[in-house]
Design a protein around this ligand. Structure first.
Ligand SMILES: [Zn+2]
Length: 326
């Protein structure tokens, strides 16, 4: 099953999940217990943003284990596939990558042992099939939350996860707590000549450039955040905002909201040197030439930034930068 592209940006790497989240089952302890006892149920172990993947030539997939082999850890329901298979995640140290039958996925039983290794979303988010990309994104997001939100913020008591692992409750005051998602805006700004504003963050390695981005502040709309961030970072005032699409970015808990914006003529770039090393306008020809000359590199295909830049460019751009796979 392939997920349909839900945004004009096309199929975003981390927004391709196909598994039904079956939200109505999260508090259904009978159903959850039965699913956990079912040997067909698949468990994905996540530890510090990584899960085990199996590589076989060009094919890469997640490594699941049956519930009876799952290590102790915080458990959460990820969902149920159209074939009835139920998926759970567990935040726990990764199992040792080996022997055959214990780590196999239903369709690739015989290839179990080779090429099994831990990997992060950044590395494999764009390479996994739709189902696995969605499951890993969901599992990493929930595991990050469980790992960092273990106590009640009101009285400091250790909270108790609900049966499905999608909320926690304080045993002292009964307060409920839900996973955090922090909205961030990411925007491609064009000038009246349809040139695109690209910037290099002072903290980024080498020649990498990207479009501008920043977090939405409390009490602020996404559109207001776009205007504020562009002005803060480059001194450019933008108008004519257009929403493009979004994808989760659980590193550790963002939701990236993609925009286009226009910069009226007659403005001078004034870079905020604390955040950016440089920023400048690129025509399509200038951008392609700079990539081909290896003078700069774009963000990887797993990022929404890459899709927004290629949406403006009008097609795929050469990949001059890719993350190390090992
Ligand atoms: Zn409490």
């Amino acid at each position: 099953m392939t997920s349909p592209a839900l945004s004009p940006l096309g199929s975003l790497a981390l927004a391709r999940g196909t598994v039904d989240r079956v939200t109505a089952r999260r508090l259904d302890t009978d159903w959850l217990d039965a699913a956990w006892k079912d040997p067909r149920t698949r468990v994905l172990v996540v530890h510090e943003g990584q899960a085990l993947v199996r590589e076989d030539g060009d094919h890469i997939e997640l490594v699941f284990i049956p519930p009876d082999q799952a290590p102790p850890g915080t458990r959460f329901l990820l969902g149920q596939d159209s074939d009835g298979t139920v998926y759970f995640g567990i935040s726990a140290p990764l199992p040792a990558p080996a022997p055959a039958d214990s780590t196999t996925h239903q369709t690739q039983e015989s290839h179990a042992t080779h090429g099994v290794r831990p990997a992060s979303l950044r590395e494999v988010g764009a390479l996994l099939p739709d189902r696995d990309a969605g499951l890993l994104t969901h599992a990493v997001a929930l595991a990050n939350w469980h790992d960092t939100h273990t106590h009640c913020p009101l009285d400091g008591a250790v909270t108790v996860p609900d049966p499905g692992g999608h909320s926690t409750t304080c045993p002292v005051d009964g307060s409920e707590h839900f996973p955090r998602t922090d909205p961030a805006v990411i925007m491609l700004v064009t000038d009246p000549d349809d040139r695109c504003l690209l910037a290099r963050n002072a903290a980024w390695p080498g020649r990498r450039v990207s479009i501008l981005a920043g977090f939405v502040e409390p009490g602020e709309s996404a559109e207001q955040a776009v205007v504020r961030e562009v002005a803060e970072e480059t001194g450019i005032v933008v108008t004519s905002l257009r929403y493009l699409g979004s994808q989760p970015w659980p590193m550790p808990r963002s939701l990236m909201l993609g925009f286009r914006a226009q910069a009226p003529a007659g403005q001078v770039i004034a870079v905020d040197q604390e955040e950016l090393a440089e920023a400048r306008w690129f025509s399509r020809e200038e951008l392609l030439a700079a990539i081909q000359a290896r003078e700069l590199a774009l963000p990887p295909p797993v990022s929404i930034a890459r899709h927004i830049i290629e949406d403006w460019y009008g097609g795929p751009l050469p990949s001059a930068w890719s993350p190390p796979l090992r």
